[in-house]
Design a protein around this ligand. Sequence first.
Ligand SMILES: [Zn+2]
Length: 342
Amino acid sequence: MTTTIEGTSTAPEHVSVGDVRARRGEVVRARLAVDGLDPAHHPYVTLVGGRDAGPVVTVVAGVHGAEVSSIEAARRLAADLGGHLRRGTVALVPVANLASFFARSLYVNPLDGKNLNRVFPGRPDGTASERLAHALVENLVRPADVVLDLHGGDIVEALDPFMMAEAPPGRGENAPALELAAAFALDQVLTGHVAGSLAAAATQLGRAALLAECGQQGVVSPLAVERLAQGVLRILDRLDMLDADARPSPPPGRPVYRPGWTWMNAEHTGFWLPAPAIAVGREVTEGALLGTIQPLDLDLPPQEVRSPHDGRILFLVTALSAVAGAPLCAVARPSAPWPLEA
Ligand SMILES: [Zn+2]
């Protein structure tokens, strides 16, 4: 059943996130109203009320509408989690950006050409992406204790699974995010700052937030879906929210820690030709040839793209077209000792 419920209850037998309210032990499906946005683009929200009081966890996917394995992981959790939550509240948004999802749009929201994950916390009177970001923050991030933002490689990206623990410059390590990463347990966790991201906005509000990336290239991968769904369940298990029959497999081990990455953007338009030895998950050394951009004028020499430091290929654009200013790949820093341990 889909219903929009107005108002927030303080009655102890109810849980609420934003304007969506559920009785304890109940599942409610609703739409998140976004002022000034066509109702067709209002995201669907599933609110799962645990039988007892406990933490509030928000799970968002589809901030990028074509990162399909992460969207399918959140859809599956939203469909199946009801009846398995012993305590606390889980709000799930499988597709935050419906316009991007149905346009199968790369990186940006077709309604305004903006990357939704660069405009958080948004504005109530801004463009479509800014209004959507604002509604997500006010209704789903602010009421939460924990915020999980699920992503993957976009339509043209191969990707080595990773998590990102948001850490604004000069603030030191984000201990709550690293704790979430240890429980979620994809292969590796990076520390860094992405201005305008959902994770950055949630962190700014003092929420424990984690970005997780798995899956690639517009393909729904059963393995990637399972890894993301299991990661979310491990967070809920870590918070002691699940019934025994819904508990996930234990973490396979602690993720490798990497203190940052470098995004490599194309400086010119042309043909992007990764070097034959380059693939996601490969270790590279400083100065290694990552690929070349052959200008459209074939009489001009190709431009070399080289690794700025030692590290590991995190994602790699697999489209033949290089677009000036758009990503080509990312090189993660070499692994380092797990932080926050003296
Ligand atoms: Zn993304």
